[in-house]
Write a protein that binds this ligand. Structure first.
Ligand code: AMP
Length: 219
């Protein structure tokens, strides 16, 4: 299955992407994770992306598109993938259509995680990410057993620069102007399924897998 996950920052895309990709046995391709890995390794791509990310701005389309084009050409992505955090602009969506058309395939579904702004702000400001495995915890809603330490691999937890309050406001504004038009873009193409992304994480995963089930055994 070829699937895109959309939703505002803090909708839980990273968390749901992990569960859904495992459930469907497809690779999760998260542009945010790829950028963060490049930043922490100090690669040229990371150096290019860091300032944009720290402000909560989008990394320019040409840089992002190039990166995704390469990732989608890797062997594990030829049979299906879940894109988390891409596309985020209409030009990105158009290029994705072209990349897939060139490969003779198409998107199966775009899953929108629907959450109101004030809920998103509460979630983002309490979010903590594991430095080594990128697992996302929340100080109130999903705390690890030991404060500041990941339950999964004992990695240290940190608050992303882009989860600071001023940056959160900027990211929400950018979502509204640049990314939310994609909801219509995909609705017009008959690809959009929206699910309520509030409540316990397991309930949201259940809604997502229920929504995807009818598509799972299609060719
Ligand atoms: P995320 O983890 O998806 O919230 O992404 C973190 C940051 O990476 C974003 O705030 C952007 O700065 C950058 N980023 C991730 N995906 C994209 C994209 N598709 N287009 C532009 N910038 C992106």
């Amino acid at each position: 299955m070829r699937l895109v996950l959309v939703g505002p920052p803090g909708a839980g895309k990273g968390t749901q992407a992990q569960f859904i990709a495992e459930h469907l046995s497809i690779p999760k391709i998260s542009t945010g994770d790829i950028f963060r890995a490049n930043v922490s390794q100090g690669t040229p791509l990371g150096l290019q992306a860091k300032a944009f990310m720290d402000r909560g701005d989008l990394v320019p389309d040409d840089v992002t598109i190039d990166m995704v084009r390469h990732r989608l050409a890797e062997a594990d992505a030829t049979g299906g993938f879940l894109l988390d955090g891409f596309p985020r602009t209409t030009p990105q969506a158009q290029v994705l259509d072209d990349i897939l058309a060139d490969a003779g395939v198409k998107l199966d579904v775009v899953l929108e995680l629907v959450v109101e702004n004030d809920e998103v702000i509460r979630r983002l400001s309490g979010r903590r990410t594991c430095r080594s495995c990128n697992h996302i915890w929340h100080v109130d809603f999903d705390p690890p057993a030991v404060e500041g330490v990941c339950d999964l691999d004992q990695g240290g937890l940190y608050q992303r620069d882009d989860d600071q309050p001023v940056t959160i406001a900027n990211r929400l504004e950018i979502y509204a102007t640049d990314t939310s038009p994609l909801v219509n873009y995909y609705a017009e193409r008959g690809l959009l399924i929206g699910i309520d992304a509030t409540g316990p994480v397991d309930d949201i995963t259940q809604r997502a897998t229920d929504a995807l089930r009818p598509l799972e055994h299609q060719d």
